[in-house]
Design a protein around this ligand. Structure first.
Ligand SMILES: [Zn+2]
Ligand SMILES: [Zn+2]
Length: 160
């Protein structure tokens, strides 16, 4: 098998040296060669498919990705679609890209990502409060509106 037989998951057509996902159907459509003729002509095993293990692995992963997405009924894809303007139809290509994107997100979540909340003390009364890190403000965390107002009033007094 030539070294560059597979490139980016595609297989080289041994007639024209271009790359195709299904070179056998390409060979038939473009070069008029039936699978058997094609294989015979280039010394390929007649009983086997022309894909190598590497190529088959790519296809397996592809199927798994699609399978995972079908199970994502309550996942990101679903919510995303729900909020979409129905008049707007994404191109097939974009959809494929989105699928891949969400599949990646999913695989990361396989290790269960949880956002760690942090405990902060109210700058005014010292009461501890559990918050998401994104709400953290340096020296400006309060347990509630009352403490925030007290603090703001004090600051106003300090200025005057
Ligand atoms: Zn060809
Ligand atoms: Zn407080």
């Amino acid at each position: 098998m030539p070294e560059d037989y597979i490139k980016d998951g595609k297989i080289k057509c041994l007639v024209c040296s271009k790359y195709f996902v299904r070179p056998i159907s390409h060979a038939w459509q473009v070069h008029g060669l039936q699978a058997r003729e094609y294989k015979e002509k280039y010394g390929l095993d007649l009983k086997k498919g022309i894909a190598t293990e590497e190529y088959k692995e790519v296809m397996r992963q592809h199927v798994q990705t699609n399978g995972t997405l079908k199970n994502l009924k309550k996942g990101a894809v679903y919510r995303f679609k729900k909020g979409q303007d129905t008049n707007y139809t994404r191109s097939k290509q974009t959809k494929e890209r989105l699928k891949v994107h969400f599949a990646r997100v999913r695989s990361i979540e396989g290790r269960t990502i949880t956002i760690q909340k942090i405990t902060v003390a109210c700058a005014e009364c010292g009461t501890l409060k559990v918050i998401y890190p994104r709400y953290y403000k340096k020296d400006n965390n309060f347990c509630g509106v009352v403490c925030r107002n007290i603090s703001n009033n004090k600051k106003r007094h300090e200025k005057n």
